[in-house]
Structure formats: structure tokens, C-alpha cells
Write a protein that binds this ligand. Structure first.
Ligand SMILES: Cc1cc2nc3c(=O)[nH]c(=O)nc-3n(C[C@H](O)[C@H](O)[C@H](O)COP(=O)(O)O)c2cc1C
Ligand code: SF4
Length: 365
């Protein structure tokens, strides 16, 4: 029998009650210095109550100088443990598994006052004009330790899993892309297409938190001239699978500059589920569970992707902010009459309410 949106799925040591996951667009609800607020807690509780199997928290910076936008969670602040624990507890009580996404912005980070901007090296992309210094070996070792410490924090805060952000213009993607990695040491492209750094991060995390379910966000294509295509994504993923990644959360594009200005591939003019075909090829090649993201606006579209084995999970980002009741239509997609999401470049629904007709998020749920 073909799987459906409501079929449970075992991943690692955990059972997901269905195939719908809340994706992590940033909420901009934390404090300017990166701590959880009551608004953050309330938002994630509501997401869990929509009926999804898991909620992935927005990309949280593994250290202060890894932050890439204002009001960006900062996992290096010891005080954050209390707020994160409250978020994970509310998500559990809402009926979903809590996941925390670990993020480093690399050359997309906001330089901390008085500090220089560091990244993989001088990028080949002309769009990046900032003066970026290459990370030294000591700095790379420290960042790996930061990822590992963040995983331990997630465990202590009661999360079921973590997601390593290896896409969306993050430092890990900058190591993987020929447009941003021109190093000639072991972190360069000559060594497994730039996968060495990410492998060390995964290995470090698996060593200290083997029981956390591990998701990895990966870009299937850079969608820029001279950038990576699906072949490189498949070979990197095979290595990451060997290191212990349980599921790949796939997207496309390489964000440069402001990572909040998301790629037009999932913008207003994009077709429905623009990455589905590539995701199916990737899943077939890597032979590992895949979570498909990107403009999955209707339960019927989500159902079709699961039943045809395009992917094992669908992740809903702005879609779920706009239509929090979507998961309730999993078994009856023909009855769904959702409001189309306007696909604003920055979704402010979590912090300020969805602006369309000025209906606050609290009232459309
Ligand atoms: C402004 C903005 C910022 C985003 N930042 C992140 C991020 O930091 N980490 C991440 O995994 N996804 C990020 N995303 C992608 C979403 O998680 C989601 O995959 C994407 O928006 C596609 O889903 P949707 O079509 O339902 O919005 C971002 C999306 C938006 C709109
Ligand atoms: S229409 Fe609402 S839910 Fe959609 S992106 Fe804009 S603010 Fe977010």
C-alpha cells in the first residue's frame, strides 16, 4: 500500500506521527541579544498544535558571530537554556517532536562590532563584495566545537532532534559550493567537494549526542552559473549519510548577502513544489529519507508527493503560517479552502501577524 500524509514514519529511535513537518523560517521574535521571549514560546506552541509531526526551530546561531539577522537566537548565551527548554516542552505538549536547527552564517554573518568578517575564503561570486578573511584552522576547530556544544545544549533543553543547516547560504553550504570555496587546503573542493568541514561537524555531534535524531538541510542546486548541481549534492549526501544523518531536508539555491531575502525559486511567481522532481532523483540516488520543502501550498499536492514516493516528509514554512489548519485536511484534501500565501520575502506572520487584510496570526489559527 502506498504511504499517505497521515502514515507514521520511524526515523532514528523516534516515530513521527505523520509526514508533515513545520519548517524553520526565522520568527524575529527573540530579543536583540538572541534570547527566547514569551512570543517565541507561544508561536512554536501554536505551530505544534496545528497537527504536524515535528516542529523545527528557526536556524539558531551556534555562536554570537555566526548570527546573520537581527533578533537571531544565540546558542552561546548560557541563559538561553531556560527559554529553549520551555519551547521544547510546549512543542511536545502540542503533540509534536521538537527539533532545533543549528546555524552558522559564515560570510553572511553580521560582523560583531570591531571584528572582521570571516568565511571560507574570498568568494568567487562578484555579488559578495565584503572583505572576507579566510578562517584559520584554529577558527574552524572552534566552530566545530561550537556546533557540538549547541547539540549538547539541544539535548539538555529536551529536544528530540537537531537539524544542521547546510543550505540557505550557511557556512556549511559555503564550504560545499565552488562559488564560495576556493581554499586549497583539506577544507577545499579537492577534498570530497568541500564536504570535509560538514563531516567533522556531523561526527562531532554524533559523538556527544548519538540519541538525537539528525536532520540535515541541503541544497540540491545552487541555481547560479558555475554553482553546484544535483550530482554534487548526491555525492556529499552519501558521505553525510555514512556519518549518521537520518534525513535530508532538501531545498535549492545559494543565498548570498542577506539570508533573509530568500531565493525567488520559492517566491510568488514560482510553480507549486518547484524542487519535487530533483528531490525524487536525489532520494533515489542517496537511498535515504528525504523531507521536501518549498511552496507546498495544498494538502492535495503534499499527499501526492508522499504517495508517489517523491519524498518521505513535506515541510511547510510560510504555508503553515498562512494556513495553520492545513494539516487537519490531510485525509480530506478536497475540502481544503486555504488562503493563498502572498510569499512575502520576509514572512512576518510569527512576530506581527500576517499583513494580508491585517489578520493577526492568532486570529487565523
Ligand atoms: C525570510 C525567510 C528566511 C528563511 N530562513 C531559513 C533558515 O534560516 N533556515 C531554514 O532552514 N529555512 C529558512 N527558510 C526557508 C523555510 O524554512 C522554508 O523551507 C521555505 O520558506 C519554503 O517553505 P514555504 O514555501 O512554505 O515558505 C527561510 C524562509 C524565509 C521566507
Ligand atoms: S502572506 Fe502572511 S504567511 Fe505568507 S509570507 Fe506573507 S506574512 Fe507570511
Amino acid at each position: 500500500m502506498n504511504p499517505s500524509l497521515t502514515s507514521p514514519f520511524d526515523l532514528g529511535t523516534r516515530t513521527f506521527k505523520n509526514r508533515m513537518i513545520a519548517a524553520p523560517p526565522p520568527t524575529m521574535t527573540c530579543t536583540f541579544d538572541g534570547l527566547v521571549t514569551a512570543e517565541t514560546i507561544e508561536y512554536y506552541q501554536r505551530l505544534a498544535e496545528t497537527g504536524v509531526a515535528a516542529v523545527i526551530l528557526e536556524g539558531a546561531a551556534v555562536t554570537t558571530n555566526a548570527r546573520a539577522w537581527t533578533k537571531h537566537l544565540d546558542l552561546s548565551r548560557p541563559e538561553i537554556l531556560t527559554g529553549l527548554s520551555q519551547v521544547s516542552e510546549k512543542i511536545r505538549r502540542g503533540g509534536a517532536l521538537p527539533f532545533l536547527q543549528l546555524y552558522h552564517g559564515g560570510c553572511n554573518s553580521i560582523p560583531v562590532e570591531g571584528k572582521k568578517l570571516y568565511g571560507v575564503g574570498k568568494p568567487l561570486l562578484k555579488k559578495i563584495s565584503a572583505d572576507i578573511r579566510p578562517l584559520s584552522q584554529d577558527m574552524i576547530d572552534q566552530i566545530i566545537r561550537d556546533f557540538v556544544a549547541a547539540a549538547v545544549l539541544a539535548w539538555n533543553a529536551g529536544f528530540s532532534g537537531i537539524e544542521i543547516q547546510g543550505a540557505e547560504g550557511s557556512l556549511i553550504q559555503q564550504f560545499l559550493s565552488p562559488l564560495t570555496n576556493c581554499r586549497d587546503d583539506e577544507y577545499g573542493l579537492k577534498n570530497a567537494n568541500g564536504a570535509f568541514f560538514a563531516r567533522q561537524v556531523i561526527r562531532g555531534i554524533k559523538n556527544v549526542t548519538p540519541d538525537l535524531t539528525l536532520s540535515m538541510r541541503l541544497s540540491l542546486k545552487d541555481l547560479l552559473p558555475g554553482g553546484n548541481g544535483i550530482r554534487q549534492a548526491v555525492s556529499a549526501a552519501k558521505l553525510f549519510k555514512q556519518e549518521g544523518v537520518d534525513v535530508f531536508h532538501v531545498t535549492e539555491g545559494l543565498m548570498v548577502g542577506n539570508p533573509l531575502m530568500i531565493h525567488p525559486a520559492v517566491g510568488k511567481a514560482a510553480p507549486e513544489t518547484p524542487f519535487a522532481e530533483d528531490a525524487q532523483i536525489f532520494r533515489h540516488e542517496v537511498e535515504h529519507p528525504v523531507m521536501l520543502s518549498g511552496k507546498i501550498d495544498r494538502p492535495a499536492a503534499a499527499e501526492q508527493k508522499i504517495s508517489r514516493n517523491v519524498c518521505d516528509f513535506v515541510s511547510l514554512g510560510r504555508t503553515l503560517n498562512r494556513n495553520p489548519r492545513l494539516p487537519a485536511f490531510a485525509g480530506k484534501p478536497e475540502e481544503f479552502k486555504g488562503l493563498p500565501c502572498l510569499r512575502c520575502k520576509v514572512c512576518i506572520a510569527a512576530a506581527k501577524g500576517c499583513p494580508d487584510k491585517h489578520i493577526p496570526f492568532a486570529r487565523i489559527i
